[in-house]
Design a protein around this ligand. Structure first.
Ligand code: ATP
Ligand code: MG
Ligand code: FE
Length: 344
């Protein structure tokens, strides 16, 4: 299975041999090209530039992955691509290329939901989680708590009312003068920050419910930063306070979601899942409360082709993905996905 990811500013390609019991052991190659430098001058992703760069990079990456795996196109049995949600032009590049390759090779192709890809990424690791579990999906465009009854049966428990967690990291970093994309840079800075020097609110934790809101936190941080001495140590201290507020908030809501669903397994995925403090704090909460945590490796938290190959392989194995249309869905509700019959 060839996996193709082009929903935003990363071109990701992977090759996966379908191993139902241990999908991760079937990963043969993965290659990624990040457009970060292309968009840095603009302080954000420019959709038209993103599409064009996917056009330039996608086929060379496919060739690179095939070479890594020692395979030829004739060895492919199927092609999976991200069909949404994401930037329409960027999605169309991946969809058109994937459908064309599949058609030329006479193999099936399947459009994958990007967030299902993120959600299933921990299945690429050894000892993968089995449903039912709760998934915390925290990325550049989403902050969701999802109850996973089975693969393909997703119930949204909580969502963000405004900024996504990754977006909050990126925007706050920008306010503090860090270069784009600021999320990972802010997290790195927070490592040097002292705990407790700045304390920010844990939004929406003082009332019941599983929704998030991160946009007010950003404003709080901006005010604190503007009113400070703006020294390097202060910048790190503010970053630390911000990171602790986000992590605490996410941990509180995860605990609530696990309690509400009576589940003992928690999957964390999406770009913010690469955050060290979040990983450590959730793992510690799990040891204390008796739930197990499952994370993708760092490279598979952010966008990648492997998670798309995996999600596509699962659905193709279940007999889905029969049509030939090049169709993308820039907006796509995770709950609307069809269920997957138990893999045999
Ligand atoms: P979506 O998946 O919602 O469509 P996306 O694909 O752009 O959005 P991802 O690639 O999953 O998002 O993740 C990117 C986000 O993760 C960015 O907002 C980035 O700042 C954030 N991120 C990456 N590493 C870290 C980290 N170590 N700490 C905090 N945030 C991080
Ligand atoms: Mg990205
Ligand atoms: Fe993503």
């Amino acid at each position: 299975m060839l996996g193709v990811e082009t929903s935003c500013d990363e071109t990701g390609v992977a090759l996966l041999r379908w191993e139902p019991q241990a999908p991760g052991s079937g990963l043969l190659a993965h290659a990624l090209y990040s457009q970060i430098r292309l968009h840095a001058d603009y302080g954000g992703v420019v959709p038209e530039l993103a599409s064009r760069d996917h056009v330039r990079k996608l086929l060379p990456l496919v060739r690179e992955a095939l070479a890594q795996a020692g395979l030829t196109p004739a060895d492919l049995g199927g092609v999976a691509y991200t069909a949404g949600p994401g930037l329409v032009g960027a999605l169309l590049v991946g969809a058109a290329a994937a459908r064309a390759m599949a058609w030329a090779l006479g193999v099936p192709a399947i459009g994958v939901h990007h967030m299902e890809g993120h959600l299933l990424a921990p299945l690429l690791e050894p000892d993968p989680p089995a449903p039912p579990f709760v998934a915390l999906l925290v990325s550049g465009g989403h902050s969701m708590l999802v109850e996973v009854e089975a693969i393909g049966r997703y119930r949204l428990l909580g969502d963000t009312l405004d900024d996504a967690a990754g977006e909050a990291f990126d925007k706050t970093a920008k306010l503090m003068g860090l270069p784009y994309p600021g999320g990972p840079a802010l997290a790195k800075l927070a490592e040097q920050g002292r705990p407790g020097v700045f304390r920010f609110a844990r939004p929406m934790t003082d009332r019941p419910g599983l929704d998030f809101s991160f946009s007010g936190l950003k404003t709080q941080v901006l005010l604190a930063w503007q009113q400070s001495d703006r020294s390097e140590q202060t910048r790190a201290d503010v970053a630390r306070g911000f990171e602790e507020a986000i992590v605490d908030t996410l941990v509180i809501k995860c605990r609530r979601a696990l309690e509400a669903t009576g589940t003992e397994r928690l999957v964390i995925a999406g770009g913010v899942g690469a955050n060290r403090r979040l990983r450590e704090t959730l793992a510690a909460a799990g040891r204390q409360d008796g739930f197990r945590t499952y994370f993708p490796r760092l490279a598979f938290c952010t966008d990648n082709g492997a998670m798309i190959a995996l999600a596509g392989a699962i659905r193709l194995a279940a007999g889905q993905g029969q049509d030939e249309a090049v169709r993308v869905q820039p907006r796509w509700d995770l709950e609307s996905l069809p269920a997957v019959a138990a893999a045999t």
